[in-house]
Write a protein that binds this ligand. Structure first.
Ligand SMILES: [Zn+2]
Length: 303
């Protein structure tokens, strides 16, 4: 299994429990992180308190220190989730839309599309994932330039990795079987919102969240993540500069409460070379229909 993400911390906030579950079953798990998250600001104000690493720093010093810490945070997060390998694709964080970092020639936003796809194709040809996970085609709810690019290169890499005419120097062709989009479902948001309202009388989910386009009708696959929510929580906390441990949006419900409210990770099957795309959300396994004889390597053979 190979998951493509934009920044360090995206692997923690999207699908971490599903990856942990498959890793526990013996699936070889690869994380591709396209940028180093260089434009991230300090999101955890408690680190500015006395005795904490960001105490007394200027904004410039703060930014530099965040940049230095993010690689180690990513390694810690990936270790908790159970990624067997972390591959940095090597681009610079493009920042939010229409900001100066978009213009940086090293940014993911400025990268030549075919060249970026080639880097991902090389990883696919080396690691042989049957299942590739990326972001969806409709990201209007959060149109970060790097997240849009993750989608674009993943879809093209899925199509080109098995084509010997593309990137002949990037390894022997290998065709993955299935491509999934991660989804933050409306159903999940509503369940958390209602559980917090019931318990506390308030919720961090306000109207702007519910104005995001509802794509729940596109969900094909629900993975029971209820026994692996510790991976999501632990991985988020590992990104100490990016995630405030007191933030209700992330941690309002305990793992047990979340499991009770909504223990699923939701996915959209976008491409399949091994059977039809389900018309509803009945699928319960990302490897469904992946034929055993197509599996690569020893052990359980799933990857
Ligand atoms: Zn991101």
């Amino acid at each position: 299994m190979l998951t493509v993400h934009a920044h360090p911390d995206d692997e923690a906030s999207k699908g971490a429990a599903t990856v942990a579950r498959y890793h526990a079953q013996g699936v070889h798990t690869v994380l591709v992180c396209c940028t180093g998250g260089e434009e991230g600001d300090l999101q955890n104000a408690s680190l500015r308190e006395e005795g904490q690493p960001f105490h007394g720093l200027t904004p410039e010093q703060e930014k530099e220190k965040v940049g230095q810490l993010r690689a180690a945070e990513l390694q810690a997060s990936a270790g908790i989730i159970g990624f067997d390998e972390v591959v940095m694709l090597g681009y610079r964080d493009s920042g939010m839309a229409d900001t100066p970092p978009n213009e940086d020639p090293d940014s993911f936003f400025q990268a030549d599309l075919d060249e970026a796809v080639g880097r991902l194709v090389a990883v696919i040809r080396r690691t042989h994932p049957q299942v590739v996970i990326t972001y969806g085609d409709d990201q209007s709810g959060y149109p970060h330039p790097d997240h849009l690019r993750v989608h674009d290169i993943s879809v093209l890499a899925f199509d080109r990795a098995g084509d010997p005419d593309w990137y002949p120097d990037a390894g022997d062709p290998f065709q993955p079987s299935k491509l999934y989009y991660s989804a933050w479902s409306r159903a999940r948001m509503m369940a958390i919102h209602e559980a917090l309202l019931q318990r506390d009388g308030e919720s961090p989910f306000d109207e702007k969240w519910f104005e995001r386009p509802n794509q729940d009708h596109r969900i094909t696959t629900r993975i029971d993540a209820s026994g692996f929510l510790w991976a999501r929580t632990g991985a988020l906390l590992a990104h100490a500069t990016q995630v405030d441990p007191n933030e209700k949006f992330w941690f309002g419900l305990s793992d047990d409460e979340l499991a009770g409210a909504y223990g699923w990770d939701d996915w959209i099957l976008a491409r399949s070379l091994v059977g039809d795309i389900p018309a509803d959300d009945r699928e319960r396994d990302l490897f469904e229909n992946v034929p055993v004889e197509a599996l690569h390597g020893e052990g359980s053979g799933r990857s």
